[in-house]
Design a protein around this ligand. Sequence first.
Ligand code: SF4
Length: 372
Amino acid sequence: MEWTKEKIAEIYHQPLLELLYQAATIHREHHNSREVQISKLVSIKTDGCPEDCGYCPQAARYHTDINGNSLMSVDEVKQHAQEAKDMGSSRVCMGAAWRNVKDDSDFDQVLEMVKSVNEMDMEVCCTLGMLTENQAKRLADAGLYAYNHNLDTSEEYYKEIISTRGYQDRLDTIDNARKANLTVCSGGIIGMGESDEDRISMLYTYALMKPQPESVPINALVAVEGTPLEEQKPVPIWDMIRMIATTRIVLPESAVRLSAGRTSMSDEGQALCFMAGANSIFAGDKLLTTPNPDFNGDLDLFNKLGLVPMKAYKKGDKPEIKDSYKERPESNEKIKWSRPSHKIERNEIAKEKGKAIKNGFEPRKVVSVKKL
Ligand code: SF4
């Protein structure tokens, strides 16, 4: 199929039940519709990020209720992974609040985490910010299966959300992951004030990728007090279903991940998302720093709907561990990531507010997370 934005718009704007039926049909042609992958997201280094993503409570410049930590130990990660595996998870995604990966001892530690989780026969994914081809290669050699790097929204709307890096930087990192033969996990967030055209444009970018991303998380914004998007209205469940169904049709082979925002969705709403082609969820009571349904609640929902957890490495493509992951490059590659110079007014306001609170000039508010 030669995708155009017009074709995707036609799919997206169909009457909802028609769209749902088409998506469910395509889902059944490409996937076992009873299987849903349970992934565990572990925040291995929380908070203190120098970037200014408007939705993120981990950006150091905004004042939120997040408690930061230094890099987790390998043993702690293994413990999280084992607990998740015991509950049916087949994938662990490790997230660090970094702008980009550096060739230092912290990265060496992350490589050991990757190796350890791979040895537990779970799929390992990392989300560590921007990375070079050499860093992607070391991760692959340590046994990494997937690299997550979200485009978040359309290229056009990206400038309204983040000013500290450009869209092309994101695409370059995805390219670097591909060059290292990693699978790609990349998706977006809806409810940030974007238009339908922005959602369609983001899907168009993914549709043109060769190959298309193997995994596509679709998140509903969780508007956190203190971030620039704190006032954003909750996204209706119908938008989530529409977005998931369109993603399923445009990216038929990808795992579509029903990600952030699930705590505010009813079981019925989530069931329609699975019907629309979602075949993965993140489990555990936290999604990096925002609330998420607990494992038992999810397993209960699986039982009601007749869903079963998906096994790891279904395609038999478990990466081999190669000792070369230990080799640090002698000199850093020349990094060409941009630092765009534009400013985003609401990000600047949230930053100033954060400064005032930290300096004791403005009181903290009590509420931290708005529910959908
Ligand atoms: S790069 Fe990641 S951790 Fe940093 S502010 Fe953006 S979303 Fe948050």
